[in-house]
Design a protein around this ligand. Structure first.
Ligand code: ADP
Ligand code: MG
Length: 697
């Protein structure tokens, strides 16, 4: 490989490129806009656009595109060339400030949840200068936010940017009241660890379920799964290693700091983690990472599966969302530190996160709810569907101390100022790392582990930022109004510890006891997406988004509709795919084998020799009832699906029907299909099996 520092960021219009290419005044003005979240000056945009175009053309670009994150969960782009005709029949390459800052894509075919009437197809994209532009495949990509003609947001990025702003505002108030005035901006940071599967492309092509749904709808667990624990951190096969190298290079070019790569628990499963950055850039980078993971795989004759549960019976894929808050002068607000002053600050921010997670368990759970993730959460491999926080022994102990009677009066001051001051600087990797916790403190950040592997991280992060902003606001109101700051902090911390200790759980999240214990603590346990979605429009949840200017009521209502629609469509596609494969591939294969067996039995009998046909008969006897059951479950699924799809009911009712009636019908059909797979000869079974897919890279 060539020089990594040289390739790193070579396709990005990053800070050093801007400094080099922009006039000093323009650079300064743009920097200020980026750092302070201000509105961009038009004349500045003009100069930036021109410099950006020249740079992009040197990098081989002929087009530019406003790149955005519609509610589909993937990114969208429409390319315009830089060409502009001149009077002499030639062209020049042009790119104006207006083209940089604003776009007008036809938005009629993106999910809008009823926000935008189809006759009003216009949508706007606006340059998000906090995430750098880049060149990819001959186009200059401009990260943008996407909204409707009437200004309602139609994307995943705008609420994220708004939530970062809300958190910044409230966090700065806390810092100020605590006497920490060196910082002028607080940003949330994210490092998402991305899990994925790699399978052989030729085998992939033979499975319609993988092609249409991203997961296998049929398939028996192979004789060997992940039980030997020999894949996790195992040595990386050459083909996979070549893929990973290629992927790293592509990511580095785009300034994505791919850092860690390893084999994951399941066979054919891997992980990539970048170095953390701001939530906004991390979101863009994660989308690009997922896109490149899939593209680069094709070059290596592989297919990258990002679905949360491509294979039943082995681990699914998630995304650990490492999250923290840091100031523009380099302080990580979740760094425990070891001076009293820092400890107080740390404890206030820690308490704020604990309270937020407890108060808004439902929103956090909702933020990771998708049809795909329903197969993982609570399935003894991913975190349970119950939201709780792991603090580790040291911090939990401190939390208990805060709550104890000692909090009142003098002794508390001692604890806060000496007891807590003695808090050891936590090692970055605490030894008692709890892999079963959905929300774990890991030294100087929280790791939200419930995210699905295919999801945009924007959703989980705008929820997290908003709910923490809300608590920080409550805290700031109290502290600013107090006459005795130390006493007010003491009360605040002790009250928070008392009111929210129920959310802290350091034990085994997979255990049955925890489910019962969580229930007695009054924690929510929402098992399915359909159960989660209605929480979005609960008054308290609408209120928190509206109050912090993250989403308006109508934007929430539209998102609620989109979530339901998305769920219904996903399950519907899966059911249709199942019907198709069952009817046109599995059933004929089973008939074929049945005929073969019957023919054999008859042929043997026809010889007139007195030989046994018991072996052939026993297989036929085993096959026949499974085949009948399979056929009747096939009809049943078809009927169920027709009925549920045809009903004129609300989206919620329909989603419930898909969850409660269609999915069980799909499961019944799968059970029979999997029994057939175990009976049918390898050469008759119509498509590659789990064993083929998981052990052939
Ligand atoms: P592990 O698998 O042990 O949890 P990894 O090294 O795979 O850890 O991933 C940890 C992730 O956490 C990395 O992306 C890292 O950059 C990120 N991270 C570290 N510090 C912070 C922080 N302050 N804010 C957000 N993310 C962070
Ligand atoms: Mg990891």
């Amino acid at each position: 490989m060539s020089n990594v520092p040289e390739i790193y960021g070579s396709s990005v219009f990053n800070d050093s490129t801007m400094r080099e290419r922009l006039p000093k005044a323009t650079y300064k003005s743009l920097k200020k806009t980026i750092e302070l979240g201000l509105t961009l000056d038009e004349s500045v945009a003009e100069v930036v656009a021109s410099a950006m175009k020249d740079w992009a053309i040197e990098k081989g670009a002929t087009h530019f595109t406003h790149w955005f994150h519609p509610m589909t969960g993937i990114t969208a782009e429409k390319h315009d060339s830089f060409i502009s005709p001149t009077s002499d029949g030639k062209i020049i390459m042009e790119f104006s400030g207006k083209e940089l800052t604003k776009g007008e894509p036809d938005a009629s075919s993106f999910p809008s949840g009823g926000l935008r009437a189809t006759y009003e197809a216009r949508g706007y994209t606006a340059w998000d200068c906090t995430s750098p532009a880049f060149v990819k495949d001959g186009s200059l990509y401009i990260p943008t936010a996407f909204c409707s003609y009437t200004g309602e947001v139609l994307d995943k990025k705008t609420p994220l940017l708004r939530s970062m702003e809300a958190l910044n505002k409230q966090a700065l108030r806390i810092l100020k009241v605590l006497g920490n005035t060196s910082a002028t901006r607080v940003t949330t940071t994210v490092g998402p660890e991305q899990e994925y599967f790699l399978i052989d492309r030729e085998l992939f092509k033979k499975r319609k379920d993988l092609i249409f749904t991203g997961r296998t709808l049929f398939g028996v667990k192979p004789p060997k799964g992940q039980e030997l624990e020999d894949h996790y951190f195992g040595n990386i096969k050459e083909r996979v290693s070549a893929y990973m190298k290629d992927l790293d290079t592509e990511l580095w070019k785009l300034g994505i700091s791919a850092k860690t790569k390893h084999n994951e628990v399941a066979p054919a499963q891997h992980e990539l983690a970048p170095i953390f950055t701001t939530s906004n850039v991390a979101t863009d980078h994660n989308q690009l990472t997922m896109e490149l993971m899939q593209k680069v795989a094709l070059r290596h004759g592989l297919v990258c599966l990002l679905h949360e549960k491509p294979f039943a019976g082995v681990n699914g894929s998630g995304k650990h969302n490492n999250w923290s808050m840091s100031t523009n002068d380099g302080q990580n607000l979740l760094e425990p530190g070891n001076t009293p002053h820092e400890n107080t600050q740390f404890l206030v921010f820690l308490a704020a996160v604990v309270k937020s997670v407890d108060d808004y368990q439902d929103l956090l759970r909702l933020s990771v709810a998708t049809a795909g993730n329903d197969h993982r959460l609570g399935a003894n491999e991913a975190p349970p569907a119950i939201v709780s926080i792991f603090l580790g022994d040291q911090l939990s102990d401190i939390f208990t101390q805060l709550e104890s009677g000692k909090v009142k009066g003098k002794i508390f001051n001692n604890i806060l100022e000496t007891g807590v001051a003695s808090l050891p600087k936590l090692p970055k990797d605490t030894t008692d790392r709890n892999r079963t916790s959905p929300f774990a403190f890991t030294g100087n950040k929280f790791e939200f582990r419930m995210l699905g592997s295919s999801a945009s991280i924007a959703g989980a992060n705008f929820v997290l930022n908003t709910i923490v902003a809300e608590t920080l606001q409550k805290f700031a109101d109290k502290l600013e109004a107090s006459t005795d700051l130390n006493a007010a902090i003491a009360t605040l911390l002790s009250e928070t510890a008392k009111d929210h200790k129920r959310i802290i759980f350091n034990g085994n999240g997979y255990s049955e006891e925890w489910v019962a214990e969580a229930e007695s603590r009054g924690l929510l346990n929402m098992k399915s997406t359909v159960e989660c979605i209605p929480t979005f429009i609960k008054d308290k949840n609408v209120a928190v988004f509206v109050k912090h200017g993250v989403l308006s009521k109508s934007e929430i209502e539209s998102r609620y509709e989109i979530l339901l629609e998305n769920y219904i469509k996903t399950v519907n596609i899966e059911a249709l795919t199942m019907l198709n494969v069952a009817k046109t591939e599995i059933l004929p294969a089973a008939f074929k084998f049945s005929k073969e067996l019957s023919d054999t039995i008859n042929a043997v009998k026809a010889t007139g020799m007195s030989v046994e046909v018991a072996a052939q008969s026993s297989v036929l006897k085993e096959l026949s009832p499974v085949l009948s059951s399979f056929a009747s479950n096939l009809t049943a699924l078809k009927k169920t699906l027709d009925k549920v799809s045809g009903e004129a009911v609300s989206a919620l009712k329909q989603a419930e029907a898909f969850s409660k009636i269609v999915i069980p019908a799909m499961e019944a059909l799968r059970t029979d299909a999997d029994k057939l797979e175990a009976i049918l000869p390898k050469d008759i079974y119509p498509f590659p099996t789990y064993a083929d897919l998981l052990f052939n890279v």
